[in-house]
Design a protein around this ligand. Structure first.
Ligand SMILES: Cc1cc2nc3c(=O)[nH]c(=O)nc-3n(C[C@H](O)[C@H](O)[C@H](O)COP(=O)(O)OP(=O)(O)OC[C@H]3O[C@@H](n4cnc5c(N)ncnc54)[C@H](O)[C@@H]3O)c2cc1C
Ligand code: FES
Length: 363
């Protein structure tokens, strides 16, 4: 018994000490001005104590940070050569051996306490901040909202289909960000359409479900490394689950604009009829685009008896409609929950779609 008391006392003391150190570091530590040098450019100065991600943002260097700096997306990778301190255990799950060897770090995990020398991908320096006004918004299912943002100040956004933006979300700790795929085609440069599924108590999704027509939304972009093969001979296989339909809509509307004869298959998996969105729009596109096929499948048909279409998981639909002969060029883009991505990737590999031509975004 005495050991148990000793253990409780020691743990409480340890916990209390850690808390005190945290408070002291947050409110009392004064690191003074620190110089940040990015890609050999003239250094800029920030007040120490912020994260490297915040320091870069302040300097209008908008690196990918889909989780808003929570350390859960692993997107905010930069190469830190000086001043980053040791790699933290919270960074390890996101860094492989070669990244550890080339000083890759997560910018949101590094606290600026001294001068820092780092390198970011040069294309990040082109990412801009945009001010926009909500010009339309409507629910497209029971939990998903379609929002149209009109860029203010005569700004235009250049992006490729499949890319996403990061919306500034007000929070009690200041401003944070969340990533949302662009659902409109790149030919529309002064507007951005988004498709947002409401996550209960979710900061970003609640904000974008509550923002009203006429209100301002700030975002940065465009982000994302998916590059659509523009060769019209390359057949495109798009597979979306839930809000994963958003980037598919951009890709397919782009193909409708530039090469409507191109072979393209869209697979969209949802649970029930209540979750179906944009089906009429895609069916109309299929009437106009002779080589475009639309396959929707419901995985939980018990609530959806009137549904005449396919039932089952979307990877089963892919297995049914994608041929396995390996002839011709094919590129696949998958977007949705990790389990869907895993199952569809397996099917596509079995159908001889080369692994390096299967691209995906998990969310
Ligand atoms: C590249 C990229 C593109 C994206 N595009 C879209 C898009 O087009 N449309 C869209 O709606 N979302 C998209 N997302 C997801 C989006 O960025 C947010 O993660 C999502 O809106 C939840 O954020 P939140 O602030 O509302 O919830 P948070 O405040 O971050 O989370 C609140 C709680 O919900 C949990 N949670 C978070 N996400 C989920 C989830 N998906 N399911 C269940 N529980 C969850 C969290 O663990 C937490 O407990 C994208 C993500 C990425 C990385
Ligand atoms: S891990 Fe998401 S922003 Fe750093």
């Amino acid at each position: 018994m005495i050991y148990l008391y000793a253990l409780i006392v020691l743990s409480s003391l340890g916990g209390g000490l850690a808390l005190l150190l945290l408070i002291a570091d947050r409110f009392l530590a004064d690191y003074g001005p620190c110089e940040i040098s990015v890609n050999d450019e003239e250094p800029f100065v920030v007040e120490g104590g912020c994260t490297l991600l915040e320091a870069l943002y302040e300097q209008e260097i908008f690196i990918p940070s889909a989780c808003g700096g929570q350390g859960t997306c692993g997107f905010c990778k930069v190469n830190v050569f000086e001043g980053g301190g040791p790699v933290l255990p919270t960074e390890m799950p996101y860094l492989d051996k070669s990244e550890l060897a080339d000083n890759t770090r997560l910018a949101c995990r590094i606290k600026v306490k001294q001068d820092v020398v780092l390198r970011v991908k040069p294309e990040y320096l082109d990412i801009q901040q945009f001010r926009s006004i909500v010009i339309a918004a409507k629910m497209v299912t029971h939990d998903t909202r379609h929002v149209v943002l009109k860029l203010a100040d005569e700004q235009e956004i250049n992006f490729v289909p499949g890319q996403y933006i990061q919306v500034q979300v007000p929070s009690s700790d200041g401003i944070t960000f969340r990533a949302y795929s662009i659902s409109s085609p790149p030919s529309t440069k002064d507007e951005v359409e988004l498709v947002i599924r409401l996550i209960p108590d979710g900061l970003g999704s609640t904000y974008l479900h509550e923002v009203e027509v006429g209100e301002e939304v700030i975002f940065t972009g465009a982000y994302g490394e998916f590059v659509l093969e523009e060769d019209v001979e390359t057949e495109l296989i798009c597979v979306g689950g839930g809000c994963g339909i958003a980037p598919m809509r951009s890709i397919i509307r782009h193909i409708g604009d530039v090469s409507p004869q191109r072979k393209c298959k869209l697979f969209f998996g949802v649970r029930t009829m209540e979750d179906i969105m944009y089906l009429e729009e895609f069916e109309q596109l299929a009437d106009e685009m002779s080589n475009f096929e639309v396959h929707y499948a419901l995985s939980d048909p018990k609530h959806s008896s009137p549904w005449q279409g396919e039932r089952g998981y979307i990877h089963e639909s892919v297995a049914k409609h994608v041929n396995g002969d390996g002839n011709g060029n094919r590129q696949a883009f998958l977007c949705g929950p990790p389990l869907m991505i895993e199952a569809v990737t397996k099917v596509l590999e079995e159908k001889n779609v080369p692994k390096d031509l299967i691209f995906y975004d998990e969310f």
